[in-house]
Structures are given as C-alpha cells and as structure tokens.
Ligand binder design. Structure first.
Ligand code: ARG
Length: 466
C-alpha cells in the first residue's frame, strides 16, 4: 500500500493526504481500553437505528440488516473471535466497520444523524449506569455481612477509642454499625449519581444537533434513560456524571480504608482483637511466623489510586472549551479502574467480614486497662448533685490513685473512692462495671446492647426498602 492508499482506508480519510505514524496511531487510539464498551455501543446503535427506521430516515430493510449484522457482531465478540484493530481507533469504528463488512450499505447508514461524540457519551453513561447497579447490589450484600457480624457481637464489650486511647466501653456490634452507616450513605450517593448519569446524549450529534427529523425521547425510553440531555453542546461535552461517580467511589474507598486500618490494627498480635480468615492473609517468604492482613492493606492502598482517578477526571475537565474535545477519551481508564476497584473490593470485603473471629477476652482485657468507666463515675456524681466540672476533677484524682495501685477504677475500695467524693455510696460499683456502663447508654444511636439490636432491625429494614 502506498501512503495515499493507506490514508484512504481510514473512516475519515477523505480530506487527508498522508497517514498517521504508528506512534500517533497508538497515541490517539482508544480501542485497547474502550472495547469494554462494546455491549453498550451495540445497545445504543440498535436503539438509534430503530428510531431512524420509525422516522423513515432509513428503510425497514436497512434496519433488518443492521439488526442481523449487530447480532453477528455480538456473537463474534462474545466468542472472542472479533478482531479488534488499532487502525480503526476505537470501539465505535471497529464495530461499525465490521457491521458494514457483514451487511453492506445498511451498516454505512447507521451513522446517519449521529456522531461519535454523542455516541461515546451515550455508551459511557450506559456503562456507568450498569456499573452503579452492580455496585448497589454488592453494597447491599456487604452491608448485610456487616449487620450479621454486628448481630453476632451485639453485646460484646470492647473499648471505644478517641485519639487511639481507650475512651468508653462500646460493643463490637455498635462499632460495626458505625460502618454500616457510612456505607448506607455511599449507597445513597451512588443511587443519586445514577439519576444524573441516566440522561440520553444521542441526538446532539457532533455538537449542534442534527438536520434529520429524529425522535430523541423514544430512544431514551428504549434505552431506559430518564430523559434526554437538554442542550446539545452540553450533551457531548459533559462528563460530570463520571466525575461524580469517581467522587462517590473515592469516598466509598475512604470508608473501606478506615475499616481496613482498624482491621490491620486489630489483627496485630500486639492488639489481638480479631482474627481474619486465613484465605484473606498471606505469609512471609522469610519469616515463618507471619500472617499478614494483605487484603485490608491493599484496600487501604487502592484508596489512593481511586482518589487519584477523581483528581485526574477533575483535571481533565477543568480547561476544556465547549464542546467535545479529544481530551475526553482520557476519561475511560480512570473511570474503568475506579469501577473495577470498587466492585472487587466489595466482593472481597463482603466475604471477609463474614469470616472475622472476634476475641472477646482480648477486647475485655483492653477495656480494663484504660479506665473506660471514668465518665460513668463522673456522671454518677453529677446525678448525686455535684456540678459536672467538679465531678470531672474528683474522678481525675481517683484515676490517678487507681493508676498508682495498678487497678481499674472498680478495683478501688468503697472507702478509697469515698475519699474523692463523700457522695460515693455502695451503688457506685454498678456503674463502674462495663455492663452497667453499656446498658446506661440506652437511647437511639447509643451503644446499649438493647439499642444495638434495635438498630440492627432498622438496618435490615432499610436495606429492604432501597
Ligand atoms: N474515542 C473517542 C472518545 O473516547 C470517541 C469520540 C471521538 N470523536 C471525535 N470527534 N474524534 O472520546
């Protein structure tokens, strides 16, 4: 092939007199990564073709050819027989060229009233929507695993921490439900993002709309979109939905990362609060005694990656003039990687949380080390009439004395406690116990086992309604 012949083989070759170099071809092509849009691309093309036929823009015979050809293309792709070509730049041109090879002129008519600009915007919106549906499903399974663990350990006492110092007794179930809430908000955010992603760009064509008598609303209805994009320039150039998705993903991963950090810490032999099932850990190639929490560590690490994708997409958009620019081709890899990371993380975490063994004795031992019921003693004195600040000071002295004696507050005798406040009586020991402290926080959102169980019932109900 001479240069002119080589140039002529491109879809857009008409006005060009020399071909691009191999490097430029590779640099500008996206088929290596956008071929995963194939199912959405075919769905969008079929809906477009049906509309063209309904509107009398193409003939019924052309539509029949297109439908038959697309079916063959789908089968080839599913069977792994489709030959993806870098020369054809992207998923859209690859599929269109193959369709045309299979059915002739009808394939060439498919692109009537359409541009790759509104085509790709449609494909990505469909892909994001499908991905969100899969994510919502997996989030639910993961949340159910959290609730099951919370239920198993609804009354298991552990220290609650602030500043990583023992603060007050809580239950393990209560701690798990804190994460349930974070992921419940993530579900809401993904579902909300879906609404704005779910608008049809097709019909915007390259940027200004098209001169054919199209019917955008019927295409939207066929593809399950909630409406059509209202401005053709915005339709082809907007990637807000991808940015929003990445923001949802980054926040979700941030929650996963916080949970992972705790799992890693709790699994350390120094802490020993939990055991993660062996299938989520790996050993060391040199230290035979090691069992490392690789899965939570990697999830913590992958959070950085997804946060990076959000920044990449924001930066991609920030200087783009209207309307479509090729910059937008760069939206795909960050988006796809964010989707893959979220989906894999969810699948693995749902399984992993179910396989956690909680070491109740270690949790209780940790509770007796940090004067966790000091606030309860202060509250006790306040209820007997002492102003809170005075009670705070009296308990501070009591803690110091207990520390010197190397006992917990409940290890001080009644007369020793009375020395810090004459208001102390025999009933003080009921509030100094862990069980008493827990049971006393008996209100919505509190850690009393009774409240944790009620929260679990509500959590399951909430999962059923969305
Ligand atoms: N591969 C392109 C993308 O991902 C498709 C749109 C190309 N449009 C164009 N006018 N070059 O954005």
């Amino acid at each position: 092939m001479n240069a002119a012949e080589k140039t002529a083989s491109y879809t857009w070759a008409g006005r060009f007199s020399e071909p691009v170099s191999d490097l430029v071809k590779r640099y500008t092509a996206s088929v290596m990564f956008d071929q995963r849009l194939w199912a959405q691309d075919i769905r969008g093309s079929l809906a477009h073709a049906r509309m063209l036929a309904r509107q009398g823009i193409i003939s019924a015979a052309d539509l029949a050819d297109i439908e038959r050809g697309m079916d063959a293309v789908r089968q080839e792709i599913e069977a792994g027989q489709f030959v993806w070509s870098l020369d054809l730049e992207d998923v859209h041109l690859n599929i269109e060229k193959r369709l045309t090879a299979l059915v002739g002129d009808a394939g060439k008519r498919l692109h009537t009233g359409r541009s790759r600009n509104d085509q790709v915007a449609t494909d990505i919106r469909l892909y994001v929507r499908d991905s969100i549906d899969a994510i919502l499903d997996r989030l639910k399974t993961f949340q159910l695993a959290l609730v099951a663990l919370a239920e198993r350990e609804a009354a298991t006492p552990m220290p609650g921490f602030t500043h990583l110092q023992v603060a007050q007794p809580i239950t393990f179930g209560h701690h798990m439900l804190a994460y349930f809430e974070m992921f419940a908000r993530d579900r809401e955010r993904f579902a909300d993002c879906r609404k704005r992603a779910n608008r049809l760009p097709l019909g915007a064509a390259a940027l200004a709309g098209t001169t054919y008598p199209i019917d955008r609303e019927s295409v939207a209805a066929e593809l399950g979109f909630e409406g059509v994009c209202q401005n053709s320039l915005d339709a082809v150039s907007d990637r807000d939905f991808a940015i929003e998705f990445a923001a949802c993903a980054a926040l979700f991963m941030t929650h996963i990362s916080r949970l992972s950090e705790e799992l890693v810490l709790w699994m350390s032999p120094r802490v020993g609060f939990i055991q993660i099932a062996d299938r989520f850990c790996t050993g060391s190639s040199i230290m035979p005694q090691k069992k490392n929490p690789d899965v939570p560590e990697l999830a913590r690490g992958k959070t950085g990656r997804v946060n990076g994708h959000l920044i990449a997409l924001l930066t991609l958009m920030k200087s783009q003039p209207l309307a479509y620019n090729k910059d937008n081709q760069e939206d795909k890899e960050p988006l796809f990687d964010a989707i893959d990371t979220v989906l894999d993380t969810l699948a693995i975490f749902a399984d992993m949380m179910g396989g956690i063994t909680v070491k109740a004795e270690a949790l209780r031992a940790a509770l007796t080390q940090g004067f966790a019921t000091a606030t309860d003693l202060a509250d006790y004195l306040v209820k007997k009439g002492l102003p809170f600040r005075d009670a705070h000071e009296a308990v501070g002295h009591a803690v110091k004395a207990a520390e010197q004696k190397s006992v917990d507050l409940s290890g001080l005798t009644l007369s020793e406690l009375k020395a810090f406040s004459p208001l102390v009586a025999e009933d003080v020991f009921a509030v100094l116990t862990v069980e008493g402290s827990l049971a006393a926080r008996n209100h919505t959102g509190g850690t009393a086992p009774e409240q944790v169980r009620a929260a679990i019932v509500r959590a399951r109900e909430r999962l059923e309604t969305v």
